[in-house]
Ligand binder design. Structure first.
Ligand code: DOR
Length: 426
């Protein structure tokens, strides 16, 4: 099976240049100024749209097994494909959690059956993600997962994190940490800042995150573990990671579009409630600076679908989390690239190359001989985000009606088209 992508634009340093791309089976076999069509090829006219390596999201919640009313592996990966993702990493706060080899094998079988893109699961750090439980048996799970994370919860005990990182170093795997000291939460549900004070809302202090990033980077330094900070939200966290990287600690870091684009002052209702919360204006600018100077490696969605019923419970009671897979790239392209804060090549690095590198995957580049994981993007059409059109079951977004450019219009995984926008391709 051969697919010829004709008249697409690819990045060459920072320029967009016209190329044809020939895919055979799973592989990009040729990228040239012009490739002659033959009868055996399916020819697709890309009409000057942008061809990017497929996006990789290191942090999503697919909710299966356990909560198919919020999302399923099928709907979550359909949403991911629509957002331009060829691979996502699924967090283990599911029921059951993949903490044993039996659970991991069952999850992988379900992924094989239902997922329309690549999905790599995380296993938890502790059994059932519980604070007072044993560590999981990393050695038996490490080959079937992309890393270990208790996402949704911070690891409260230094001893537990120290032992987990010792194991992660020994077994050459990744620890991805949700950093949150629960001792200083005081039932908070938004950022502890001016807006919370004005409204009498309970705030979550930035210290709850930064104290654990500080502890964990020190543990990573001592143990040499490969350590990744999940959804960083605070300026103090950025400073700590920057210093740790300078010292040579094996640390990486992710940030979400909502922490880059929103602050405490935008919060209106439970569609703005997530953990960690969107924070102060200076935090937002520190996160952007951290991305630009390489302190932060990649952009993730923390796609966290919940039902309407749950989200309608109000700011205080509704669960934390918002969806993100179908809006992440257009939001970043419109608000960071079109505004000249970042280059298109930076965005592609954050969405594709850097996560691929951190996960030791040979993706993230358009190169002859590589697997054809490809995203095609319309960089010019302005459209409003419409949550009613989401493939995800979740409608919980704070970005509904935001006008964006940079819409993924086709996603190819292993040389197979898994998503195409019917407005562009019949
Ligand atoms: O807002 C969040 N929602 N943050 C998390 O860490 C977990 C996630 C979820 O699973 O809903």
């Amino acid at each position: 099976m051969k697919i010829l992508l004709k008249n697409g634009k690819i990045l060459s340093k920072d320029d967009l240049i016209l190329k044809d791309i020939l895919i055979e089976d799973e592989i990009i076999i040729s990228i040239k100024d012009k490739i002659e069509e033959t009868e055996e090829m399916e020819v697709i006219d890309i009409s000057n749209n942008f061809i990017s390596p497929g996006f990789i999201d290191m942090h999503v919640h697919l909710r299966e097994p356990g909560n198919p009313e919020k999302e399923t592996i099928k709907t979550g990966t359909m949403a991911a494909a629509r957002g331009g993702y060829s691979l996502v990493c699924a967090m283990p706060n599911t029921i059951p959690t993949p903490d044993t080899i039996e659970n991991v094998i069952a999850l992988k079988a379900k992924i094989k059956k239902d997922a329309i893109i690549k999905v790599l699961p995380y296993a938890p750090i502790t059994i059932n993600q519980k604070h007072d439980a044993e560590l999981v048996d990393m050695n038996s799970l490490k080959n079937d997962v992309c890393g270990f994370s208790n996402d949704g919860f911070g690891i409260q005990s230094t001893k537990q994190m120290y032992e987990a990182m010792n194991n992660a170093y020994r077994y050459e795997t990744l620890i991805a940490a949700h950093c949150e000291d629960e001792g200083i939460l005081y039932d908070g549900y938004v950022h502890k800042g001016i807006k919370a004070l004005e409204n009498g809302w309970h705030g979550i202090t930035s210290l709850s995150e930064s104290i654990q990033i500080s502890r964990d980077t020190l543990i990573a330094e001592e143990t040499n573990a490969k350590y990744h900070v999940c959804h960083i939200s605070t300026k103090e966290g950025v400073r700590i990671v920057r210093d740790a990287k300078k010292r040579g600690v094996n640390v990486s870091c992710e940030v979400t579009p909502h922490h880059l684009l929103l602050t405490e002052f935008d919060v209106q209702d439970s569609n703005f409630k997530m953990n960690p919360p969107v924070r102060g204006i200076d935090d937002k600018y520190s996160l952007i600076s951290g991305l630009l100077d390489g302190t932060i490696d990649c952009i993730v969605t923390d796609h966290a679908p919940h039902t309407l019923e749950e989200k309608n419970k109000g700011l205080k009671t509704a669960p934390f989390g918002i969806v993100g897979l179908e809006t992440a790239f257009p939001l970043i392209y419109t608000n960071l690239v079109k505004t000249n804060i970042a280059k298109l090549s930076d965005a592609i690095k954050w969405f594709s190359l850097n996560p691929a590198k951190r996960l030791n995957l040979g993706y993230g580049n358009l190169i002859e001989g590589r697997v054809a994981d490809i995203t095609i993007i319309d960089l010019h059409t302005k459209k409003a985000i419409d949550k009613e059109k989401f493939f995800s079951k979740g409608r919980n977004t704070p970005f509904n009606k935001w006008i964006c450019e940079g819409w993924p219009i086709m996603t190819i995984v292993n040389g197979r088209i898994v998503y195409k926008d019917r407005d562009y391709f019949e």
